[in-house]
Design a protein around this ligand. Structure first.
Ligand SMILES: C[S@@+](CC[C@H](N)C(=O)[O-])C[C@H]1O[C@@H](n2cnc3c(N)ncnc32)[C@H](O)[C@@H]1O
Length: 279
């Protein structure tokens, strides 16, 4: 395996940050080397240096996409951390359902292989079952990620034994999935609310429309402070008045963006768009 040199590593760090916002730490040489060496073979470059030279030219979109794909962390699970979905069920959906005419719109902003987006959909379905007639409109979930391979898995909605068991109760598995040749396939009821689309969070959100809730969980941690601010401010602008944003357990808007009020609930902390915030 060709080791990445110090200089190549610096060039690669700059490339990755400008391509997708991910800031690599000082000590990720081994990780970068092992992931990039695989691509050197896949794209038939003589060595890592040749592939990095090509990347620097910024002309080969397919290569760029595969490199970003290889460097993202896609770790996810069903109902991750539980409390965001309990707050959705017990706090946000009951409030949004009141006097509602337009669909409730939710953005799952770094959806990985779909577990977060389908967990939102399952929660919506359970809310409707437990509170018949309360929610008179549809729930629409727009699920986005930068990774085409993750989006494909998410759209296919087929999960192997290992991934289906991570965070999903047997009861939910039986209710929302059916088994087909050692895979569990999400049923039409949970798929119908979710639309997957590729989106780099560093790019424009103009085509997404407005949302009532944004799940932006476990992705901001990879970005610089400036990019966290930029993303949170632009997300605030896509929220309807008093809309909600849910971040990962180790993420917070504090110090990056003043658009949100922190709301402490018995179930956990959530943030909502501050009244009168103009951006
Ligand atoms: C650790 S996963 C989090 C998945 C899910 N939100 C959760 O909490 O379980 C991070 C996801 O962010 C995506 N990602 C990384 N950089 C991105 C960017 N610039 N734009 C959009 N998605 C990005 C990755 O592809 C990956 O699927």
């Amino acid at each position: 395996m060709t080791q990445i040199s110090k200089q190549e590593y610096e060039i690669f760090r700059d490339f990755l940050e400008s391509a997708c916002g991910i800031v690599l730490g000082e000590n990720k040489h081994y990780l970068v080397t092992s992931r990039l060496n695989k691509l050197t073979h896949e794209f038939s470059y003589p060595d890592l240096g040749a592939m990095l030279t090509e990347l620097k030219k910024n002309k080969n979109n397919k290569l760029k996409q595969r490199v970003v794909d290889a460097m993202t962390t896609n770790e996810t699970m069903w109902f991750r951390d539980k409390y965001p979905f309990e707050m959705l069920q017990q706090i946000m959906l009951p409030e949004l359902a009141k006097n509602r005419i337009k669909p409730i719109r939710i953005w799952s902003a770094a959806c990985s292989s779909g577990q977060e987006s389908y967990s939102i959909s399952m929660t919506s379905s359970e809310f409707q079952m437990k509170n018949p007639g309360v929610l008179k409109t549809a729930v629409e979930i727009v699920a986005t990620d930068i990774s085409p391979s993750m989006l494909k898995m998410a759209k296919d909605a087929k999960y192997d034994k290992l991934s289906i068991n991570r965070g999903l109760t047997e009861e939910r598995r039986k209710r929302f999935f059916k088994e087909e040749e050692n895979q569990w396939v999400a049923n039409a009821d949970i798929c119908k609310r979710v639309r997957f689309t590729e989106l780099n969070l560093t790019g424009s959100y103009a085509l997404l429309g407005k949302f009532d809730i944004i799940f932006c969980r476990n992705v901001l941690i990879y970005f610089s402070s400036e990019l966290k601010t930029d993303i949170l401010v632009r997300m605030a602008k896509t929220l309807n008045p008093r809309g909600f944003i849910l971040l990962g357990g180790s993420e917070s808007p504090t110090g990056y963006c003043d658009a949100f009020d922190m709301v402490r609930t018995p179930l956990g902390v959530l943030y909502r768009l501050r009244e009168g915030w103009r951006g």
